[in-house]
Structures are given as C-alpha cells and as structure tokens.
Design a protein around this ligand. Structure first.
Ligand code: ADP
Ligand code: MG
Length: 251
C-alpha cells in the first residue's frame, strides 16, 4: 500500500520550548496507528504540527502527505488536500451554524464550477447526522456553542464523515464520551475507514484501549519526551492500561 504520511526526524517547539525531538512515523493507506503517552509527552503537539497550527515552529525534519511536502502548505491547504484533525479541545464558533460551516468546508475542497447542490448536501447531512445519532435541531445551531464535551467530540466525527479526509487524526476523541457515544464514534470511524481503506489512514491519540476495541489498530506507539520510544500492537495498549508507563520509562 502507498504511504499516506511520512514523518522523518521531526523537531518542533512552542515558545522556544522544544517539544518534539526527532519523531519518525510512516503510515500507509489502510493502516490504523495509535499514539499513547503520559501527559505532556507531545502528542497534541505532533497532531497540531501535522495540521499546521501556526503557533508551533518546525525546527528540523520533514512531513510528507501523499508525497506532498506538508510543511510548505498552510492549514487550509492541508485540509483541502485531505488532512483532518479532530482536536482534543474543539473550538466554539458562535454565529456560524453547523450547516454553513460544513457546506463551506465541503465547497472549499471542490472546484468553483462544481459546488455541492443544496439538495444533495442536505441529504448527506441528514444521513450522517442519523448515523451519528445527532438530533435535527442541530442543523442551525452554532458550531459547538454550548455543547457538552461529548457533543463536541461527536460533532468532530460528523464533520469528518462529511469532509471525507484521507488522513484522519483523532486527538483524545474518546475523552468526555459516554459509553454509548464511544460506540457510535468508534463504529462510524471504522465504517468510514473500511469504505475508504485504499487511500485512507487513521492516527488515534488516546489514553485508553476502550475506543480501540471499536477501531482496531495495526500499530501502537508510545511517545515520550518528544520521541517514539516503543512500538507494538493492541497488546501494548492493553499492557499500558494494566501496568502504566514506568516499566518502559525506567529502561
Ligand atoms: P500531550 O498532548 O502529550 O499531553 P502536549 O503536546 O499538549 O502534550 O504538550 C507537550 C508539552 O508542551 C507540555 O509539556 C506542555 O506544557 C508544553 N506546552 C504546550 N503549550 C505550551 C506553550 N504555549 N508554551 C510552553 N510550553 C507549552
Ligand atoms: Mg494532548
């Protein structure tokens, strides 16, 4: 399978503090990778650098997405190319309705003379809202305004389903979700992935194996002090839940 994301020797900082200190990660189409690690390890930093958040400085290394140099692209260019980040703390956008927001995001990815037809848009919007178990009053509410933590997370996956990205990064998507919502999120991500498996990959950041029972990973990496210090499979995630991180860090 072709490589979707290729990160080599990535070093990055925020406010002159070095956070990523040589990350190497290669993700191919059809693969699900997980990053675990203690608080402050640099997991969200890695996600933000891939997405192109301007507050991080890349000091060294490279990030390629489908053979394109991501580091030379702006956030919106990365999004249009098919990189999607469900943030650990999704932003509220008062005054921007879910419909407006998602419609402009979809149209931004399409040619000017090929904008999505309204009827078509509403059909897909309704269909995905149904599978995400999102209620109808949602359509005209402002994006994430007044949402509970779990509703925001569900909304991130809803956006993902409509935007159809090729690289899906989920930063602690399971935090704040109740048990039923984890199932809804997990099953929808897995269904999406299975339908797009030839050209899509997933990177999940999590502390808990529960979500991985729905989204079965191929690789589990431990990020510590800005570097990947161990790679395994689902069994590694289970061992970390049982034994914590000390046994790796003390070596
Ligand atoms: P994780 O997601 O693994 O918990 P983060 O990537 O969010 O970790 O943070 C990595 C480190 O970067 C933490 O030690 C955090 O305190 C630090 N950090 C985050 N933002 C800033 C900032 N604005 N200035 C300095 N350090 C920061
Ligand atoms: Mg984080």
């Amino acid at each position: 399978m072709k490589t979707i994301l290729d990160i080599e020797n990535l070093h990055a900082s925020i406010n002159d503090v070095n956070i990523l200190k040589g990350v190497n990660l290669n993700i191919k189409a059809g693969e699900i990778h997980v990053i675990m690690g203690t608080n402050g390890a640099g997991k969200s930093t890695l996600a933000s650098v891939i997405m192109g958040h301007p507050k991080y400085q890349v000091l060294d290394g490279s990030v390629y997405f489908n053979n394109e140099n991501l580091l030379e692209m702006k956030v919106d260019e990365r999004a249009r190319a098919g990189v999607f980040l469900a943030m650990q703390y999704p932003s509220e956008l008062p005054g921007v309705s879910n419909v407006q927001f998602i419609k402009s995001a979809i149209n931004a990815k399409r040619d000017k003379d090929d904008q999505i037809k309204l009827l078509n848009f509403y059909r897909i919007f309704k269909e995905k809202a149904n599978t995400m178990k999102i209620s109808d009053d949602y359509t005209n509410r402002s994006v994430n305004e007044g949402y509970s933590g779990g509703e925001k997370k569900r909304n991130e996956i809803f956006q993902m389903l409509l935007l159809e990205p090729k690289l899906v990064i989920l930063d602690e998507i399971d935090s704040g979700l109740d048990i039923d919502a984890i199932k809804v999120v997990g099953e929808n991500v897995t269904n999406y992935f299975n339908e797009h498996i030839r050209d899509t990959a997933i990177l999940i950041i999590t502390h808990y194996p529960r979500i991985l029972e729905y989204i079965k990973p191929d690789y589990v990496h431990v990020l510590h002090d800005g570097k990947i210090i161990k790679t395994g499979d689902f069994a590694l995630a289970q061992k970390l839940e049982k034994d914590g991180y000390d046994w790796i860090l003390q070596k």
